[in-house]
Ligand binder design. Structure first.
Ligand code: GLY
Length: 390
């Protein structure tokens, strides 16, 4: 850590520590108050907070939905910051709400659904029940890994294709690395390496941006490179870039292999130097959306990217300052009234202005539960990095 701090000092990041407008305690005070309202408006644990419907009413989803673990995960982050047992109990209840998904082999999203709530809960409490649930979930997830293909299958079908893999799938690997370390079963580790290497080979373009979906044949050969949630097959869907950046940063953390660090940095550089990235560093929903600047922003992409860049900054030597400063700028923007809700508004979500799936006319310019989750995570990472400096 000393080396990282020295690199940040030498590269001028220090001044940012002093000047940043981010007040983590104040942001968590707000998050706690806002989420008190969310808890009151959600007495039923089978309806997990997701977003806002077009008519303005709260949009809730069942626990089978890929986002069901984010609310519990956010509650753990609030407990981590406040140390208030009220939040521990709320986090536990909303974490256990997702328990049955440990047996769900019909989705690839178990990293999000289980590791965000149970992983944070286990990190903070060491509750053995959380560990057992996650180990079962990790086994369920790896049923979707076909060794002949070498990747975890995302969806069972897309158009005429039987083995679609989306860049988002990189977000499962942190969960499987945890499972490998905790169980001692190296199969989990091998799945991570295989999935990350095949994705590295097939998912990226020369400029560091990624396709959204690669459809594979039964031997792991790509048949099609297409989009589902982006503007076009050849475009750079903003949240997809964020998932890739976060995923390869984790790959480097867990393996220390340079190729993964280089990929994470390539994605970061594509993102940060993109001429379509606005000055506040909150991207449009797709970097190539056709009507920029008259397109919706995606606060969720900025929140995920900010969190990933803060970690990447610690591995990146001199380049670290740029990543750190950009992450801070994103956090400042998200913490400003342009993106942060007023207390009691926004159906009790913290952030406004995210996009779920524009091509399918779903969740456009709305709050999204995972934008809040990665925003809170990034605030904690920022606090931890700046505290260490002091
Ligand atoms: N993983 C789905 C999404 O990012 O919308």
């Amino acid at each position: 850590m000393k080396k990282i701090l020295l690199a940040l000092l030498l590269s001028g990041t220090v001044s940012v520590f002093g000047q940043s407008k981010i007040d983590v305690k104040k942001e968590f005070d707000f998050a706690a108050k806002q989420y008190e309202g969310m808890l009151k408006s959600h007495p039923d644990y089978t309806k997990t907070p997701q977003s806002t419907n077009p008519d303005g009413s709260p949009r809730d989803m069942p626990t089978e939905w890929w986002c069901s673990g984010f609310f519990g995960g956010s509650l753990w982050y609030i407990f981590e910051e406040t140390k208030n047992p009220f939040w521990k109990e709320a986090a536990h209840n909303w974490t256990m709400a997702v328990k049955k998904e440990q047996y769900n082999t019909g989705t690839h999203d178990l990293g999000f659904m289980l590791y965000c709530p149970f992983g944070n809960g286990y990190r903070l409490t060491k509750n053995p029940e959380y560990k057992d649930i996650m180990l079962t979930g990790a086994k369920s997830l790896t049923t979707r890994f076909d060794p002949k293909v070498g990747l975890i299958k995302s969806w069972n079908k897309l158009h005429q294709y039987n083995y679609p893999v989306i860049i988002d799938n990189m977000m499962n690997l942190e969960f499987l690395f945890w499972a490998a370390k905790t169980s001692g079963n190296q199969e989990f580790y091998k799945v991570c390496i295989s999935h990350a290497d095949s994705t590295l080979k097939n998912h990226f373009r020369a400029d560091g941006s990624s396709y959204h979906v690669i459809c594979y044949d039964e031997k792991g050969q790509p048949l099609a490179k297409i989009t589902h949630q982006g503007y076009a097959d050849a475009s750079a869907w903003a949240r997809g870039q964020a998932w890739g950046l976060y995923g390869y940063t984790v790959m480097y953390r867990e393996t220390k292999q340079k190729k993964y660090l280089e990929q994470a940095q390539k994605i970061a550089d594509f993102y940060l130097s993109n001429p379509n990235l606005p000055a506040d560093k909150v991207p449009y929903w797709d970097f190539n959306a056709p009507n920029i600047p008259n397109e919706e922003r995606d606060a969720s992409a900025a929140a995920i990217t900010s969190s990933a860049l803060l970690e990447l900054s610690t591995y990146s030597g001199k380049k670290g300052a740029k990543y750190f400063n950009s992450a801070v700028k994103m956090l400042e923007s998200l913490s400003s009234p342009a993106y942060k809700a007023n207390l009691g508004e926004n159906n009790h979500f913290i952030l406004k202005h995210s996009v779920g799936g524009k091509p399918m006319k779903s969740e456009i310019d709305v709050p999204l539960v995972y934008a809040d989750y990665y925003y809170l995570e990034a605030l904690l990472r920022y606090q931890s990095l700046t505290k260490k400096k002091k």
